[in-house]
Design a protein around this ligand. Sequence first.
Ligand code: AHR
Length: 496
Amino acid sequence: FAQNSGELTVPAKPDHEINRHIYGHFAEHLGRSIYGGFYVGEDNTKIPNTNGVRNDVVVALKKLKIPNLRWPGGCFADTYHWKHGIGPKEDRPTIVNTWWGGVTEDNSFGTHDFLNMCELLETEPYLAGNIATGLVQEMADWVQYVNFAGKSPMSDLRRENGRDKPWNVKYWGIGNEAWGCGGNMTAEYYANEYRKYATFLADWNNTGELFRIASGASSDDYHWTEVLMKNVPESLIEGVALHHYSVIDWEKKGPSTTFTEQQYFTTMQRALLMEELIQKHTAIMDKYDPEKKIALVVDEWGGWYEVEPGTNPGFLYQQNTMRDAMIAGATLNIFNNHSDRVRMANLAQAINVLQAVILTDEEKMLLTPTYHVMEMYNVHQDAAWLPLKIKSADYVMGNDKLPAISGSASKDKNGLTHVSLVNIDPKKAQEVTINIDGAKYRDVTGRVLTSKKLQDYNTFDKPNTIKPENFKGAKLKGNTLTVKLPPFSVAVLELK
Ligand code: AHR
């Protein structure tokens, strides 16, 4: 065992809560995310469903307690015209998905379908508006259509389409990746566009609840954040986005399952870069918003590899191994530890796309290692954040090194403390000795996720190769918690 030490502080009055919205998901019209993933339609399918939404998916996602779901993109959002996805399905025009595979879709999954599905999932919708090929009027109408309780042209149209009560959608994205697929804009130009769109996103029922999210930087584009924070008045903005993918090289992403240790190391370098990105974007935001009123919203994150052999390159379908579990655990620790500023995030993406939590094949469905990490970590949702400092041993690769251990901790409403620890070293087991300050615990239990090989994954024939097991490697003696973590493992402990 390599040796590591830590310090867990349990203050009498914790500083803030870990916003549950950090555990959000993303569903784009991309490949088999919506069609075949979430939605199979009501007719011509043997797959059990509720209004066309797969029942197995609903059960699985409810177990994760997904707090929000972002839709309809991604790049797709800036090509999407919401009025084409309402009314009788047979009358809806088709749309060609120019970003993702060039496929023609029939718009059968539209606004009502998505928002009703969110009700089924007991999750909050996060709608991404079209500001590149759609005008201000179109987006303003969308808000009125889904949110206005009174009488108006849009709310009347909603009623005509069978929905009386508004859905009261709080989260609105104003464009997506405006620096790229969302219009190739400069930061300065986008900041002006943002101001215009945000002005007309009305809070129709005067709830004071509308949460407008600006399309944010790609990874280390600090200029983007600086320009937004400087040029957009605080009254017009509640969140600034950030997108960062753990990709080895955009030209040579490497396979999702048969990767080498060097490829694994590079993926983890990219994933752990999230710490620096958040620190630096936060420092810029702090300059303009020292009270941290505006949230940093990491609304796209995750691993991105080559697609599975034989699948459509535009569909971004990839398998999910223990490497993905490492990305998920380490990234969520980073988010938890910056939860004073990071108050929302969305893993890309929920089903059949990139670092998915669920994969489907016709009537079959499996839960990925990433699913299990999200499920184990959901104890942190809305729990009080506890500072956990780790002094980690190194995971060494040639001349490079990364901290092997990361961790985060919180105390939930029932008084239970949860500590999540990740050992990304694929060869070395680690012992972590944590000194606890400010609380006395009697008992520790836990669960762990690991496997025989780092490259292991769940298949439709063997869906339970990787699943959480009871963890016996944690011991409590007085104020000292000692944890023995196997190589490439994620553990979540409960202290009481
Ligand atoms: O998640 C896949 C794509 O990645 C999204 O559509 C886009 O926003 C990002 O580039």
